[in-house]
Every structure is written in structure tokens, then in C-alpha cells.
Design a protein around this ligand. Structure first.
Ligand code: GLN
Length: 196
């Protein structure tokens, strides 16, 4: 695949920033709000925002089942922050009855970093990148447990927690790679879409 079309789920959250990061890499980036738009993409970003709201809107817009199906069929997906929660098979500290798309064999704790480090920034070493990324964490989740097929790509040390993972075509970050002008995490995802 030379020039993929990558969608950004555009129900709520920082959609524009993801579209901008993808466009800066020369990718055809498009907002996804309807099942027909989902059908047309080669990869999908689930943005940060509020996972409970995004899940409810996905259900309302008849997107939740189509999303689950495409993930099951192998659609490459990058979930960031709330998007990581949406990709997780299991969540801790979710809202009552909170639904996810699932597919990623991890347990994610929502709003995990305690009050003192509720939101913070710092360098994050990512496997496969030569320099750390500037990690922006905003009421971020962490990954508390991973299944056997999940590769840990990044962690923070205080507290020692997993903040980026990959399992096949699914990739997720606790932080917000769309904030700032460093599209290298998006670049990793584009590589995953084009050379699975
Ligand atoms: N705390 C939010 C949630 O539960 C995620 C925050 C974010 O995406 N920045 O969905």
C-alpha cells in the first residue's frame, strides 16, 4: 500500500490534532462518524477525550458493532489515552456499564495516575524510536496487565507503569502523541498500516 487512508474517529476528543499529525506525514486523513466512512479506511485512530462519552456516542451512531467487527477482521488501530481505554478488553475504574470496542488483550486502569500526577509531561523512551518522545499525560490511563501476545513499547518509571503497547495491528498509548509537532508515533502507526 503506498498512500493509505487513515480515519480518526470523530465523535468527541482531539480529532483535529490527529488529522493534522497524519496529514503532516503525507497520509490521506479523514474524519469517521458513520459506518460507511469506517468502511473506507485502511487504519483508524481513536483519539483522546472522554472514553465514556465516545463509547456512548459510538453506540448512538450505530458505530460500536461495526468498530468491533473491523477490529476483529484486523483493521490497524491506534488508540491514544481515552482511545487506549476504548481498545482495551478489560478496564478498571470504568464508569458503571462502560463499554469498550475491545480487541487489545490488556487491562487498563482509567484515570490511573494519582491526584498529584493527574496530568504531567515528560520524556518517554519508545522501543523503535531513537530519541524519547515528549509524553503528554492528561488524566491518563496506564496498562496494568498484558496478555501473552502484547508487546510493551514504553513505560514510565515513577510509578513504574506501562504506557504504550502493541498487539498485532493494534497500538495504544496512555499519552497524547498528537500534541506538539512530533509525528513519530503516528509514523510508527502508518508503518503498521502500510507494512503489516
Ligand atoms: N480520563 C479520560 C477517560 O477516561 C481519558 C483522558 C484523555 O483522553 N486525555 O476517558
Amino acid at each position: 500500500m503506498t498512500s493509505p487512508t487513515i480515519g480518526v474517529l470523530a465523535l468527541q476528543g482531539d480529532v483535529r490534532e490527529h488529522l493534522r499529525a497524519l496529514t503532516s506525514l503525507g497520509v490521506d486523513a479523514t474524519a469517521v462518524r458513520r459506518p460507511a466512512e469506517l468502511d473506507a479506511v485502511d487504519g483508524l485512530v481513536l483519539p483522546g477525550g472522554e472514553s465514556t462519552t465516545i463509547a456512548k456516542l459510538a453506540r448512538t451512531f450505530d458505530l460500536l458493532e461495526p468498530l468491533r467487527l473491523r477490529v476483529k477482521e484486523g483493521l490497524p488501530v491506534l488508540g491514544t489515552c481515552a482511545g487506549m481505554i476504548l481498545l482495551a478488553d478489560r478496564i478498571l475504574d470504568g464508569a458503571d456499564g462502560q463499554e469498550t470496542i475491545g480487541g487489545l488483550d490488556v487491562t487498563v486502569r482509567r484515570n490511573a495516575f494519582g491526584r498529584q500526577v493527574d496530568s504531567f509531561v515528560g520524556p518517554v523512551e519508545v522501543t523503535g524510536l531513537d530519541r524519547p518522545v515528549h509524553g503528554v499525560f492528561i488524566r491518563a490511563p496506564w496498562v496494568e496487565a498484558v496478555g501473552p501476545g502484547v508487546e510493551v513499547l514504553a513505560r514510565v518509571d515513577d510509578p513504574d507503569r506501562i504506557v504504550m503497547v502493541r498487539q498485532g495491528a493494534l497500538m495504544a498509548t496512555s499519552f497524547h502523541p498528537e500534541v506538539g509537532d512530533d509525528p513519530r508515533v503516528h509514523g510508527m502507526f502508518v508503518d503498521l498500516v502500510t507494512q503489516p
